[in-house]
Design a binder for this molecule. Structure first.
Ligand code: NAD
Length: 268
């Protein structure tokens, strides 16, 4: 079996990376950053997002597991003192996997240029560098509302505990093939109206954001990456046909993870 390790790059994560690399090689596993069967992320959720984006082109072949070296780790759920335990589990092979849904985002530029396509593990958000975001929101091609405000966030179920949660969105179990649309400070008065509640859309419903002012630039985040886009015709979001696979070596139910991340963590 081939493995790769993504480290956050701090001293603690790098030391753990060298230890794991050596131990796994001792178990006759091959270190291969190009075509790994399993990617181990050592750091925090940001490191895990980085690992996901580095290997998003081979999601059918690669499974992920995360060890956290900081405090909170939603994706990175193994602790540094469990390193030997995790190595033995990986070396035992084959391992079980669980799949979580992803978000498919297409940014269509004005004119005939090709759309840019992205995958998100947490979310995509649309904000503006110059003033209020004004977009028509279409669901399954039908006009739903005209949004005016700071922006909109489209999150996956596993991303629902991240930015989405801070915006008042619901936490969605990742066994549901869905995504969530949440508002950021919408302008609501007698003239301007939005639904005001987060929306949860099923797999077969897509959502399209059409800017009213094509001359405005947008800040579009895909997980931890932010890009500035000009001349945007529309932004299309839907549940992706692709999924991320987590290597599962022990039961750690989603609601337990939510509890340990947000209520209290007896393990620390
Ligand atoms: P960062 O360093 O600013 O960390 C953001 C925090 O989000 C960290 O504590 C991280 O552990 C946590 N986090 C990430 N994914 C999570 C998840 N699925 N569930 C629960 N917590 C999660 O940024 P980063 O490490 O580069 O991560 C980027 C992510 O930060 C984005 O995908 C977005 O979800 C999140 N974010 C959150 C807010 C907010 O809560 N107000 C604002 C911007 C971005």
């Amino acid at each position: 079996m081939r493995f790769a390790i993504t480290s956050k790059g701090d001293h603690k994560s790098d030391v753990l990376k060298s230890r794991m690399k050596q131990y796994l090689k001792d178990f006759s596993l091959e270190y291969d950053e190009e075509t790994p069967d399993i990617v181990i992320s050592i750091g925090g959720d940001g490191t895990f997002l980085e690992a996901f984006h580095n290997y998003q082109h081979r999601l059918n072949e690669t499974a992920f597991v995360g060890m956290h070296t900081g405090h909170l780790g939603f994706y990175a759920d193994w602790l540094p003192h469990e390193v030997e335990k995790l190595i033995i589990e990986i070396a035992k092979k084959p391992f079980e996997t669980v799949e979580y849904p992803l978000l498919d985002i297409k940014i269509h530029p004005n004119g005939n240029a090709q759309p840019q396509q992205f995958l998100a593990l947490n979310e995509a958000s649309v904000k503006s560098a110059d003033g209020t975001v004004v977009v028509d929101v279409l669901i399954k091609g039908e006009h739903f509302e005209r949004f005016r405000g700071d922006g909109l966030c489209m999150s996956t179920p596993s991303g629902s505990t991240a930015y989405n949660k801070a915006l008042g969105g619901a936490i969605i179990h990742p066994s549901l093939d869905a995504f969530q649309l949440t508002e950021m400070a919408s302008i609501n008065n007698r003239v301007f109206r939005t639904v005001g509640s987060p929306l949860i859309l099923p797999k077969h419903h897509d959502c399209e954001l059409k800017p009213l002012h094509r001359d405005r630039s947008f800040l579009i985040t895909i997980d931890h990456h932010t890009g500035e886009y000009e001349e945007v015709e529309s932004i299309e979001c839907k549940v992706s046909d692709k999924k991320i696979r987590f290597a599962r070596f022990r039961a750690f139910p989603f609601w337990k993870r939510v509890h340990d991340s947000f209520i209290s963590d007896e393990r620390e």
